[in-house]
Design a protein around this ligand. Structure first.
Ligand code: CUA
Length: 152
């Protein structure tokens, strides 16, 4: 193998630099757009679907997936709310994807995945299952309804 001349070394250096920058920017974007989901200790209490309101614009959703539905099915919140999602499953592995929100969790029995999402814009955000889980997979949906905040 021939040794590299200086111009080749330069090209390799630039390529490496560009690649490093590329990887860095992907990681940076991921870190900014989506808080990394945290795994929490499992507790049976998470199998109880519910929406808790902590204050005016802070909510906790205990989302339970099972063949072939999500509970709660509808989550109503005011615009500007911050929501902690705790996601688990009663049976097989399901997906938990929130449209427009870059949320892509899995719902697994005996496991709780958590993420926090801020909903600024009013609208309907579909929650869908993105893990094939049987004949009813396509129908597995829920929604977050973000309501306009009225100014009094
Ligand atoms: Cu649940 Cu697919």
């Amino acid at each position: 193998m021939s040794t590299l001349d200086p111009s080749e070394k330069k090209v390799i250096g630039i390529t490496g630099g560009v690649l490093a920058l590329f990887i860095f920017s992907i990681l940076y974007a991921m870190g900014r757009n989506n808080e990394l989901p945290a795994c929490l200790p499992y507790d049976k209490a998470y199998l109880e679907p519910k929406v808790l309101q902590l204050d005016e614009k802070t909510f906790q959703v205990y989302a339970v997936a099972q063949m072939w539905q999500f509970q709660p099915y509808q989550i109503n919140i005011p615009a500007g709310s911050e929501v902690d999602f705790f996601v688990t499953s009663k049976d097989v592995v399901h997906g938990f994807n929130i449209s427009e929100k870059n949320v892509n969790l899995t719902a697994i029995y005996g496991n709780i995945n958590k993420t926090t999402v801020k909903f600024e814009k009013p609208g309907i955000y579909k929650i869908t299952c993105h893990e094939y889980c049987g004949v009813g997979h396509q129908a597995m949906q829920a929604e977050v309804i973000v309501n306009e905040v009225s100014i009094k």
